[in-house]
Structure formats: structure tokens, C-alpha cells
Design a protein around this ligand. Structure first.
Ligand code: ZN
Ligand code: FE
Ligand code: FE
Ligand code: ZN
Length: 280
């Protein structure tokens, strides 16, 4: 029996997280997690694109900090990854990033809808008031589908992120979700169950249980991530995440080693204690 690895963790290089990678690794060891992976926000071609990611010149230092944690906490297997923003046109840049280090996996995330709306940014939440929610979700899902189909990523991050502040996806978008998951399955791209949603205004895991079930039915594989931006968030919500994964039909999670994927059995836990939130 092995806990799923925590494959989504940040570092202070992104300017909105705290704690050195060593501290995250020590917390993982304390929890009994045998494997974790760092996925800080990857640089953009232009360092002034936004202010919540490492600069291109900091990439080597990021890798060095993860390697320091590997040496300091050898009991925990520490993977090296990135959380890469997908926007159309960035493909050559992402291919270049992918070739620069011995990454174990890359998470592809869509944070940007349109050119400049970071959909999860608290300072931009008022843009929802000026938008038609269904149109925002459709634009988001089209970009997410393109990210999945690009073949650039091993995992898609927090696939229903636009719900963060409570703007739920309209139910008529199920066909669009199906297209996203079909694209992911065809590309061999997993999705993650991301526990950060539990700590946000939406108070629900990413993705919602009905979407997780659809992903499982479509044959999309699964990783687990806390999206920790502080050491104490490592492994947060793991019991609940495992319960939701099992309830959706998952019996395995996937591990990455230098972008080679392998399957690991999910531990047994009891059924969800509460009703599925999406039912009512
Ligand atoms: Zn972040
Ligand atoms: Fe993200
Ligand atoms: Fe993240
Ligand atoms: Zn994230």
C-alpha cells in the first residue's frame, strides 16, 4: 500500500509561495509520502508577462533547489516538473523548455482565458461580472482541449479551475468536457485530482466528482496534487482525494520517471462520507 505521490508543489520562485523545497520534502517525509514532485510555474518567453512565476533566468536555480532537496531528504523520491501555462502559440517555447532539463513530467495548465485574464487571479475576479459565464467556460474548455491534444504535457492541471470563485460550469457543457477527456486519452495525458479547490471559495476538489467520473469512464489516467504553496499544504486532503478517485472508478494512479509513465494501485479507503456535491 502506497499513498499517491503529491505531484503538484510550488517554490518561492513563483513569488506567491513560501518555504524551500527541502521544507516541503520534510513535510512529505513526516506524512509518510514516499514520492513528491515539484511543479513551479514555468517561465514565459517574456518575463514581464505577469508577476507570479519564475523568470527564464531562474530556471536553472529552480532545478538546483529541487536537487538540494533530493540530497537533503533521500527517503522521499523527489520528481522534477513544471506547471506550464498553455496558450496557443506557446508550443515552440514549451518544446524548448521541455528540452532544457531532465523533467520527470510537465503539468499543462490553462490559467489564461483570452490574452490576459488569469481566471484564478483574485484581483481579476470582477471580470466575471462583465462576462457571460457559459462563454467563459467554452473558451476555457477549447483551450484546455488544445492543451491536451498538443502532446506537450504529461498531466492536465486542475481541469475545472474557473469554478474557483464559485462560477460553476453550465451542465450543457458535458460534450465539451468529453472532447477534452478524449483528447487527453488519445495523447496519453493524465489529469490530476487537485486538492487546492478544497481550500478555495468553491470548497470542492478539482475536478468536481461528476467530471472525475467522466474522465475515468473515458479512460484518462490520474495523478494527485495538493498544489501546495506552503510546506504545511503538502498532502492536504489526501484521504478525501483518494475517496473521490475511488468513487469515480479509479483504482490506480500514475507515476512519472523522466516522462515515462507507470501505474500504481490506489490504497483502499471507505466510500465518501457525504453526498456528492454536484447532485443538488
Ligand atoms: Zn501558484
Ligand atoms: Fe495552476
Ligand atoms: Fe500550481
Ligand atoms: Zn496550480
Amino acid at each position: 500500500m502506497e499513498w499517491p505521490a503529491d505531484y503538484h508543489m510550488h517554490t518561492p520562485l513563483c513569488r506567491h509561495a513560501r518555504g524551500e523545497p527541502v521544507e516541503y520534502a520534510l513535510r512529505a517525509r513526516e506524512l509518510g509520502l514516499r514520492e513528491i514532485g515539484f511543479t513551479d510555474h514555468a517561465p514565459m518567453p517574456r518575463d514581464d508577462f505577469d508577476d507570479w512565476r519564475m523568470h527564464a533566468s531562474e530556471l536553472d536555480g529552480y532545478v538546483a533547489r529541487v536537487e538540494t532537496a533530493r540530497r537533503a531528504v533521500p527517503e522521499v523520491k523527489i520528481r522534477l516538473g513544471l506547471e506550464v501555462d498553455y496558450l496557443p502559440g506557446l508550443e515552440p517555447w514549451i518544446r524548448d523548455l521541455a528540452a532544457r532539463h531532465a523533467w520527470d513530467y510537465l503539468i499543462g495548465s490553462v490559467h489564461y482565458v483570452g490574452e490576459d485574464w488569469a481566471i484564478d487571479h483574485p484581483q481579476q475576479v470582477s471580470r466575471w461580472d462583465r462576462s457571460e459565464p457559459g462563454a467563459v467556460w467554452r473558451a476555457y474548455l477549447e483551450r484546455l482541449r488544445a492543451a491536451a491534444a498538443s502532446g506537450l504535457f504529461d498531466v492536465l492541471g486542475h481541469v475545472d479551475l474557473p469554478k474557483k470563485f464559485g462560477h460553476r460550469p453550465p451542465p450543457d457543457l458535458v460534450p465539451a468536457w468529453r472532447e477534452v477527456f478524449e483528447a487527453a486519452r488519445c495523447a496519453g495525458c493524465a489529469i490530476e485530482i487537485n486538492t487546492a479547490g478544497l481550500r478555495k471559495p468553491c470548497a470542492e476538489i478539482y475536478p468536481a466528482p461528476n467530471l472525475l467520473r467522466l474522465a475515468c469512464e473515458t479512460g484518462v489516467e490520474l495523478t494527485f496534487g495538493s498544489d501546495a504553496h506552503a510546506p504545511e499544504e503538502v498532502g492536504a486532503g489526501w484521504d478525501e482525494a483518494i475517496r473521490w478517485a475511488r468513487a469515480a472508478g479509479y483504482r490506480e494512479w500514475v507515476r512519472f520517471d523522466r516522462r515515462q509513465k507507470s501505474r500504481v494501485s490506489l490504497p483502499e479507503v471507505s466510500a465518501p462520507a457525504t453526498e456528492w456535491p454536484w447532485k443538488g
